[in-house]
Design a protein around this ligand. Structure first.
Ligand code: G6P
Length: 357
C-alpha cells in the first residue's frame, strides 16, 4: 500500500506532492491555443458564461470567475449545482461550464442536463475520461491530473484553476502584455509549488495553532477569497475542525463577535491591491487576542517574524497567487488532521463523489 501511495503516508499527501507535475501536464495539454480555443468555444460571440459545480470544484469555479471577468470583461455567473438544478431556466447565458473532478456528481449532472434542455450550450470540465458529465455536455475539456484517490480534492483543484486561466487567456480580448506576463509566470508555478512543498515542515509547525483552536477562520480578499473558503472546507473535511472562510472586509459584520483567545485566524495576504486593507484586518484581529497565522510572500515586510506567525511563500503574478495559497491551505489542513489523529484519506460521512441528490 505504501508503494501505491508513492512512499507517502496518505494518498492526500501524495496528491498534494504531485501538483508541480500536474501543473506541467496542464501547461502541456493547453499549450495549443487555436485547438484549445476551438474546443472551448469561447470566442467573440460569447458575451456571458455560467459556471456550476459543488464543493472544491465550486471554489475552483469561483477563482475562475474572478480571473475570466478581469481578463476578458465577460460577466461570469456562478451557481451551486444543487441549487441551480431546480431553476435552470433563470440562466440567460448562452454557455455553461459544469466543473466536476469525478464527472459523476449528481447535482452537477442534473443541472447541466437541465440547462442543456433549456437551450444552453454546455461544456464539461472533468478529470475522468468518458465520465457521465462528458456524455451529457456538448463538449468536454479534460484536466490531466491523473486519478485522485483521497476524498478531499487537491491536485484536481489546482488543475481546474489552470484550465480556467488558460480558457480566459485564449480569449481574443485579453491584453497581450498581460497574457504574456501570465503565461511566463505560469511556467514558474511548478517550481514555486515545489519550494512550498520542500518547506512543508514550516507549515507543519504552524498547525499547532490550528489543531488546538475551538474555531478557525480563514480570511482573504479578491481572487484569494475562494482559497479562504477552500481552506475552511479542507479543515472541516479532513481535520473535523469548525472552520469558516470569509472575505476579510465582512469580519466586522458578524464574525468579529466570535473572535476570542481560543480562535485562530488564517489570513491569506497576496500582496496585491488589498494589502493595506487586509493588514488592517489582521491588526484588529490581533487586538482582540485571537491567534493569527499569516500566509504571505517572501518579500512582504509588513509583518514581523517575531510577533506574527508567518508562512512565507514565493511571490507570483497576483492572479496566480490562489494556486500557491491553495497548496499552503491543503498542507495546513493535512498536518492539522494528522495532529488530531484523523483518518485523512477517507473522512467519516464523506464520499469522493456524491452520485445521489
Ligand atoms: C464530494 C467530494 C469533494 C468534491 C465534491 C465535488 O463532496 O468529497 O472533495 O469537491 O464532491 O466533486 P466533483 O467530482 O463533482 O468535483
Amino acid at each position: 500500500l505504501m508503494i501505491e501511495k508513492g512512499g507517502f503516508e496518505h494518498y492526500m499527501l501524495k496528491e498534494i506532492n504531485e501538483q508541480p507535475e500536474v501543473v506541467r501536464a496542464c501547461l502541456r495539454a493547453y499549450s495549443d491555443p487555436p485547438r484549445f480555443r476551438n474546443q472551448l468555444i469561447f470566442d467573440s460571440t460569447t458575451d456571458s458564461l455560467t459556471l456550476t459545480a459543488c464543493g472544491t470544484s465550486y471554489h475552483a469555479a469561483e477563482v475562475g470567475k474572478f480571473i475570466i471577468e478581469e481578463l476578458t470583461g465577460i460577466p461570469v455567473r456562478l451557481e451551486i449545482a444543487s441549487e441551480i438544478r431546480h431553476r435552470p431556466t433563470i440562466i440567460k447565458t448562452a454557455k455553461a461550464i459544469g466543473l466536476s473532478q469525478s464527472g459523476e456528481t449528481a447535482d452537477v449532472l442534473t443541472s447541466l442536463k437541465r440547462m442543456k434542455e433549456a437551450g444552453i450550450e454546455t461544456i464539461a470540465l472533468t478529470n475522468v475520461f468518458q465520465s457521465s458529465i462528458s456524455r451529457i455536455a456538448d463538449d468536454t475539456i479534460y484536466i490531466p491530473a491523473g486519478p485522485e484517490v483521497a476524498v478531499a480534492a487537491t491536485k484536481t483543484f489546482v488543475a481546474q484553476i489552470i484550465a480556467l486561466i488558460k480558457l480566459a487567456l485564449a480569449h481574443q480580448s485579453v491584453d497581450r502584455t498581460m497574457r504574456d506576463q501570465i503565461n511566463l509566470e505560469l511556467e514558474r508555478i511548478p517550481h514555486k509549488i515545489q519550494q512550498i512543498l520542500d518547506n512543508r515542515h514550516l507549515i507543519k509547525q504552524a498547525t499547532s495553532l490550528v489543531a488546538a483552536a475551538d474555531q478557525v477562520f480563514f480570511i482573504a480578499k479578491g481572487v484569494n477569497v475562494p482559497i479562504a473558503l477552500e481552506g475552511a472546507l479542507k479543515a472541516k473535511e479532513i481535520a473535523y475542525i469548525n472552520a469558516e472562510g470569509f472575505c476579510a472586509g465582512e469580519l466586522k459584520h458578524g464574525p468579529f463577535a466570535l473572535l476570542s483567545p481560543s480562535s485562530t485566524v488564517i489570513a491569506i495576504i497576496a500582496g496585491d491591491e488589498n494589502q493595506a486593507s487586509i493588514t488592517a484586518s489582521v491588526r484588529e484581529i490581533q487586538a482582540r487576542k485571537s491567534k493569527v497565522v499569516c500566509i504571505t510572500r517572501e518579500n512582504d515586510s509588513t509583518f514581523n517574524d517575531s510577533t506574527d506567525n508567518i508562512l512565507r511563500i514565493p511571490s507570483t503574478h497576483r492572479l496566480l497567487s490562489p494556486i500557491l495559497n491553495a497548496v499552503v491551505v491543503q498542507l495546513l489542513a493535512y498536518y492539522t488532521a494528522e495532529a488530531r489523529g484523523c483518518p485523512i484519506d477517507f473522512p467519516r460521512n464523506l464520499a469522493k463523489s456524491v452520485t445521489v441528490e
